[in-house]
Design a protein around this ligand. Structure first.
Ligand code: ADA
Ligand code: CA
Ligand code: CA
Length: 199
């Protein structure tokens, strides 16, 4: 998908509760002066903020992508492509069920998806490549998060697909092809897998 247009975002686009933002395939980039330069510096602002029950679809996030997408409560992220991950791609900021369908993300210095609150995080038919880890639960946190990965392609993770410090968090990965993903599971106590192919 080659975006037809690039839009510079000066202040975070808020998708209100229950509403859908359809980017129609356009590319969105952060204004580095107001949102962040997409480096590993903490405290950058997101390009999109999804309130409870919001949907974000058909968006290309270009460089710089600052702190990507933040979700508050339940959210759906459909056909969203991160061309060059910023500090991270998406952060679960408060409890909920977050579903990713389709899309891809690449070129992360460290984390792709950051889980900062207890969540059910479901990722379907997503392509994840070239990052430190695909999913990281906030370092030192002990809440339970449940990850479900279905029909994805995951390549080039330096450290792992999922890393957590919580003994109760769990991952179930199915129907997924993966290669070069480091230790695959980093300190994850509860893992189930079926019908995956390592290549
Ligand atoms: C790091 C940092 C946290 C938080 C997180 C994030 O884990 O230690 O405080 O900023 O990144 O959400 O990006
Ligand atoms: Ca971070
Ligand atoms: Ca971040």
């Amino acid at each position: 998908m080659k975006p037809s247009e690039t839009i510079t975002v000066n202040s975070t686009i808020i998708v209100p509760a229950g509403e859908t933002f359809d980017g129609k395939g356009k590319r969105y980039v952060a204004n580095p002066k107001t949102l962040g330069d997409g480096s590993q510096a903490e405290g950058q602002k997101p390009v999109f903020r999804l309130e409870n029950g919001a949907t974000l679809k058909n968006v290309v996030l270009g460089a710089p992508a600052a702190d990507g997408v933040h979700t508050y409560g339940n959210a759906v992220v459909e056909n969203v492509v991160w061309e060059d991950i910023g500090e991270d791609a998406l952060t679960i900021k408060s409890q909920g069920r977050v579903v990713i369908r389709g899309g891809s993300a690449q070129h992360g210095s460290d984390k792709m998806f950051q889980v900062n609150a207890p969540a059910t995080f479901e990722i379907y038919h997503f392509t994840a490549r070239n990052a430190g880890k695909m999913i990281r639960q906030l370092g030192g946190s002990t809440f339970k998060t449940s990850i479900y990965i279905d029909g994805c392609v995951i390549t080039g993770m330096k450290e792992a697909i999922f890393r957590t410090d919580s003994t109760t968090s769990e991952v179930n990965m199915v129907n997924t092809r993966y290669s070069n993903v480091g230790s695959k599971w980093y300190n994850v106590r509860n893992v189930s897998e079926s019908n995956n192919v390592k290549f």
